[in-house]
Write a protein that binds this ligand. Structure first.
Ligand code: COA
Length: 258
């Protein structure tokens, strides 16, 4: 399947829906999918017919994050790599973004939410940012946004231990706007997107811009710095052990690295 089949795009009632659709790999994002998401977000910004962007997953899965096999086979190699283009597009989008999170949200599946404006989660959704567990470092500006949203200690717990956490916890720490029953997730997110699409569009864009203005520049600097560190970490022995362990379906052993 091409990137465009794996990211289904549909425009209706002023809402551009970008649906992540690779259920057999738990919606892991490969290069073509990042590119399709980046292109979709950029085109939406220039298309007057789009008033709101809605990002969702499928079959009870939001996304298991970056395709781990790509970390080995096709690692990001510069600021024009698809993953960095996606992060740049979502972090600088002018139009409002709504996310509907059902099932697993891992890695960039969580950090992308920090750039969305309204985030709805099904009550059985789970969240995890296992960057450190994989010998990597956090990305997408999350090292700036997480402590800002929830305070240092709570951000440190989620990042340094990298444990799975619930939708209720995601809501209580400020990553999620509202938790709803799983079966109502799609309708809740869509209704909120419709409500947003009916708002005066240029006032919405201005308010979004002003809400983010104070940290807009440091955010882009942080994204660039995290990106450089991330690429270096991908070549570290710790990351090699973690990625090998994932492929071999075993627990990683970091005891020989200091
Ligand atoms: N990259 C590549 N493949 C992935 C993937 C990822 N991020 N997440 C899941 N998959 C694949 C699995 O390898 C498996 O493929 P296979 O059927 O060919 O063996 C398939 O998707 C189903 O995954 P599985 O692990 O069997 O499902 P699960 O329900 O038991 O667990 C997850 C789901 C998401 C919790 C688990 O797959 C996982 O932890 N994935 C890695 C997440 C991750 O570390 N992402 C990167 C963060 S930076």
């Amino acid at each position: 399947m091409s990137g465009t089949d794996l990211i289904q795009s549909e425009l209706g009632a002023g809402i551009l829906t970008l649906r992540i659709n690779r259920p057999e790999k738990k919606n892991a994002l490969n290069l073509a999918m990042y590119q399709a998401l980046a292109d979709g977000l950029r085109q939406a910004d220039g298309d007057a017919a789009v008033r709101v962007i809605l990002i969702s997953g499928c079959q009870g899965c939001f996304t298991s994050g970056n395709d781990l096999t790509d970390f080995v086979a096709a690692p990001p190699d510069g600021s024009d790599s698809p993953v960095l283009q996606f992060i740049s597009a979502i972090s600088q989008a002018r139009k409002p973004i709504v996310a509907a999170v059902g099932g697993v949200a891992v890695g960039i599946g969580v950090t992308m939410l920090l750039h969305c404006d309204l985030v709805y989660a099904g009550n059985k959704a789970t969240f995890q940012m296992p960057f450190v567990n994989l010998g990597l470092c956090p990305e997408a500006g999350s090292t700036l946004l997480l402590p800002r949203i929830m305070g240092y200690q709570r951000a440190a717990e989620l990042i340094l231990l990298g444990e799975v956490f619930s939708a209720d916890k995601a809501c209580s720490v400020g990553i999620v706007t509202e938790v709803c029953p799983d079966e109502e997730l799609e309708s809740t997110a869509r209704n909120r997107a419709l409500q947003l699409a009916a708002q005066p569009a240029s006032a919405v864009r201005l308010a979004k811009n002003l809400l983010k203005r104070e940290y807009a520049r440091p955010l882009q600097e942080t994204i660039a710095e995290e990106g450089r560190e991330f690429m270096t970490r991908l070549e570290s022995p710790e990351a090699a052990e973690a990625l090998q362990a994932f492929m071999q379906r075993r627990k990683p052993d970091f005891s020989r690295f200091s």
